[in-house]
Every structure is written in C-alpha cells, then in structure tokens.
Design a protein around this ligand. Structure first.
Ligand code: ADP
Ligand code: MG
Length: 364
C-alpha cells in the first residue's frame, strides 16, 4: 500500500505513563509529511524526549499508535524501524576512528566493503570533514564530533531522522553554524526530521512546523510565522518570542474582536484568540516591536498611559521600560535612530499599537 505522503509519520492519540498513574504524554496526535522538518518545542519535562523514545522504540506506548509509511510500528523492534538518531549525549565510539564510526551502521546492515568505503568518503565530504577519517573522536572539537554524529545518523540513508537537543552542548556561534548545516543537509537529502529543542529561536529558524508543548499537551502546532504572529493561547504567546502581557477585563465581544479594560480603566480593542464570552478576566499581548511611543496627536487603534522607568541602549535598538498603573511592566523596542525619544524617570508617556498586533487570551 502506497501511503499518503502527507501522512508519512502519524502519531495517533499517543499516551505515555512511566508509573501507570501520571500521563507524561497526554494524547499526542500529529501527521508529518514526507520531507518535513518538525520541531517539538517546550520547557524541560514537557514530554519531548519521551515522544522521541516512543518513536524510536526505546519506550513503549501506554495508549494510541504510531505509524510510519502506513505501517503501525509500536510493536516493531527499534533496529527494524530504520531511524537515524542524533542525541546530545549519544556518544561516538571512542575506540574507533571517525571513518570506522561512520562505517559501523553500514556494517551492521551488511553492505559491501566497496560500497561502505565509497559512502564513508561521501558523508565525510558532506559534513566537511574529508581529512578527519583517521582521527579518533577524542582528537576532535565538540562541533566536529557533532558533525560526525550527524553523518553517522544519515549514512545509512534513513527516511526519518530524530534529533534530541543535538546542539545543546555547543556555544552560540557553533550552534548557529550547525543549525545552518543541518537545514542545508535536510534540504539536500530530503529526509524527514523530528527535532527536539527548548530553544525557541532554534525552533523558529530551522523548522517547517513547530509543535509547542506544555505539560504533555500540544498547545499549538504551526509554521514559525503563524506561531509568532497568531499564537492561539497565552502559553504560546509567552513562550515564543517576547510579549507584553497585561491583565484585563472583557467588556464586549464583537465577532473576532473584543473590547477590554486594562490598567487604570482604559479601554482597548484586541483580537479574540481563544475568548468567546463577555465577563471575567483575560490577558492581553502586544510584542515589544509592535508597540510605539506616540509621536504626535495622530489617532491610533489603541492607546494607553504609562510611566517611564528606564531606557537601555542595546545597539541596533533601544529598549524602554514602562509601568502601568496596576504595576504591569511594559517593554518596547525602538530602532536606534534620531527619533528614539528621551524621558525623565516617572514621566508619563502615551503608548500606541494596532489591534491587528494585539490579542486577548483566556487566563492560564
Ligand atoms: P523533556 O524532554 O520535554 O524535558 P521528558 O520526556 O524527558 O521531557 O520527561 C517528561 C516527564 O517524564 C518528566 O516529568 C520526566 O521526569 C518523566 N520521565 C522521563 N523519562 C522517564 C523515565 N525513564 N522514567 C520515569 N519518568 C520519566
Ligand atoms: Mg528532553
């Protein structure tokens, strides 16, 4: 049976408990297309690694099913699932050379010696380590070791590759370089990736889609731009990027927008993300780069009075801190040019923003 390519990998209501009591994965469903780069993003302990372990076959599901290419795999032995893996602590064999490490998955699969030699050469070139075949892992830098681990995960040409925080041990510059390397190889070779990280910048820059996890539940699964620009609940709004979050009261609901009262009784309009009913409390979000200091008497969708606290020079932008009358803190990023204003401490300022950049969420 030729499976639907948009359903290459399917998680069907997958549940996992380690102690027969608490579910750490609470009904995970996701269809992954062939060649897609999917990232599971969430705080530590939210169940990301557990999902990879279930997919790899190192842990068994408590409920639900996982299918690869139309075939249920929950009863298939790990080595038969033919999945490539790169883990932060998935060490290379220290007593083998780099070339022997790469040859290992091919030997296990009984490939011809000539084919093995040719592929090792190709994959060393692919990760730009042509001259390192004879070295031992101990003679490599952290970044080089992770490139060998990557080549070893890809050399047997698996259609599915799992990566669990593979760049967690590297410094920022090397991490960014490896993010680029991994996405380059993904585009070139076309394998499907399930990537795990708790680093939201990494998730946004590398992925086709990101599933945001909290406490064993997917909060939103969408492309990076949708996650950033249209978060579906307060957790995602807070977890992805920076957001000013203000407590408010719902005054009226009109279709997709809501009128709410914020600090000091000022009324503003927001898009109703997950709010349907009038009354009660909500949380309002506006990103720091979407809020502005009112330049003149122009009318804007929304306006609020705030107390200036401090101005931090960052370089390419200037960050302002304000406080609302209920004590909520607001931060604004302003491009560093001549127009960036200067205030005295405690001075009142008018902050403005568009309704299209402002969301109202249910309180968490
Ligand atoms: P993440 O990778 O998102 O940090 P994990 O999947 O590692 O999260 O863990 C999810 C939850 O399951 C945590 O509460 C963790 O303590 C628990 N857990 C993970 N692995 C095991 C295990 N082998 N035995 C028991 N509990 C575990
Ligand atoms: Mg983990």
């Amino acid at each position: 049976m030729a499976a639907d390519t948009t359903q290459f990998l399917r998680f069907l209501d997958v549940k996992k408990s380690y102690d027969q009591k608490i579910l750490v994965v609470k009904g995970f469903s996701l269809d992954v297309a062939k060649g897609e780069f999917i990232t599971l993003l969430g705080p530590s302990g939210s169940g990301k690694t557990t999902i990879l372990m279930l997919l790899a076959g190192f842990e068994s599901v408590t409920g639900g099913d996982i299918q690869i290419d139309g075939v249920p795999v929950t009863r298939t032995a790990p080595y038969k699932r033919n999945i490539g893996m790169v883990f932060q602590n998935y060490a290379l064999f220290p007593h083998m050379t780099v070339a022997e490490n790469l040859a290992y998955p091919l030997k296990v699969r009984s490939l011809d010696r000539s084919e093995i030699t040719a592929r090792v050469k190709d994959y060393l070139a692919l990760v730009e380590l042509e001259d390192y075949g004879k070295r031992h892992p101990g003679q490599l830098s952290g970044g080089q070791r992770q490139r060998v681990a990557l080549a070893r995960a890809l050399i047997f040409e698996p259609s599915l590759v799992l990566m669990d925080e593979p760049l967690g041990a590297l410094d920022k510059k090397l991490r960014e370089q490896m993010q680029f390397e991994i996405t380059r190889l993904h585009k070139k070779l076309g394998f499907t990736v399930i990537y795990v990280t708790h680093d939201q910048t990494e998730a946004l820059t590398m992925s086709d889609r990101v599933a945001v996890f909290n406490d064993g539940v997917v909060q939103q699964c969408a492309s990076p731009d949708v996650l950033y620009e249209r978060p579906s609940n307060a957790f995602v709004a807070d977890f992805i990027g920076e957001n000013n979050l203000m407590p408010a009261k719902i005054a009226a609901v009109r279709g997709d927008s809501v009128r709410v009262t914020v600090a000091g009784g000022q009324e503003i309009t927001a898009q109703a993300a997950d709010i349907r009913e009038v009354g009660g409390k909500c949380i309002i979000s506006v990103r720091p780069e979407k809020m502005f200091i009112k330049p003149s008497d122009h009318a804007y969708d929304n306006e609020i009075t705030a107390n200036f606290i401090v101005r931090h020079y960052v370089g390419d932008f200037i960050r302002y801190y304000f406080e609302l009358s209920d004590g909520s803190e607001i931060t604004i990023k302003v491009l560093n040019d001549a127009a960036a204003p200067v205030f005295d401490e405690g001075q009142l300022a008018q902050l403005i923003w568009q309704t299209s950049d402002c969301f109202a969420f249910r309180t968490m």
